[in-house]
Design a protein around this ligand. Sequence first.
Ligand code: ADP
Ligand code: MG
Length: 250
Amino acid sequence: MLRVEGLSKHFGGFTAVNNVDFSLEKGEILGLIGPNGSGKSTIFNMLSGTLEPNAGSIQLDGKEIAGASPHAICVMGVGRTFQIPRPFRRLSILENAALAGYYGQAGAVTRAEAWRSAEEALELVGLPSDAEASVDTLGAAGLKKLELAKALATKPSLLLADESLGGLDHSEMDQAADMLKNIREELGVTIIWVEHIMGVLMRVVDRVMVLDHGEKIAEGRPQEVATNPKVIEVYLGSEAEETAAAANRD
Ligand code: ADP
Ligand code: MG
């Protein structure tokens, strides 16, 4: 359902994503992993239209979408979450999701349909659909769930989930992983799931793609990738850098 070829993005003289190819089958969950700064969010930003690629092609169901506007891409069926949730603070939880359902679905949507898609999405992620509840009542895990609900309220065929586990504790991470799996089963939606840690992602995804410095360095089934020497080196390398940075701070 998705075919990406030669995707590149430069910021000035810096290459954030370099000539990346990958494709997705309908109903698949692809894990996109790599150290901080390896280009994961930049790929999502190009897939969802937030950034225009410098080169490459992105075909969704055979249709070229590279460079189209975020709204057009959303309406064509690509829903995304953001790594840093920024809900409308003065709107309720349900209103936030309903807004996504109203403006992000294909075709003309009535208010009633928008509310219904919002309620369904909130139920799927396990949030209260109390119209009065303020987004300020949500903690880190709740805000991540609301991101997911907003994306689902647009009725996507492809869901892009960016760092859904950031700021969560271990049991919340497990719950979030099961939730994505459940969403795929219930809705038949295809998912790309970005995470900088491998952890729980590896037990949920069908396939993993690993980025390092903007380049694809490995792709395959989770067990294969986890034992790939190149991947181990990149992860140990980045851990060593983080440990050194932490030591320098102390
Ligand atoms: P990841 O999501 O894998 O942590 P990103 O895709 O956010 O990484 O970033 C990849 C690289 O591109 C990083 O070095 C980051 O600093 C840089 N980058 C991302 N967005 C911009 C931007 N808008 N302008 C300049 N540099 C950027
Ligand atoms: Mg990122």
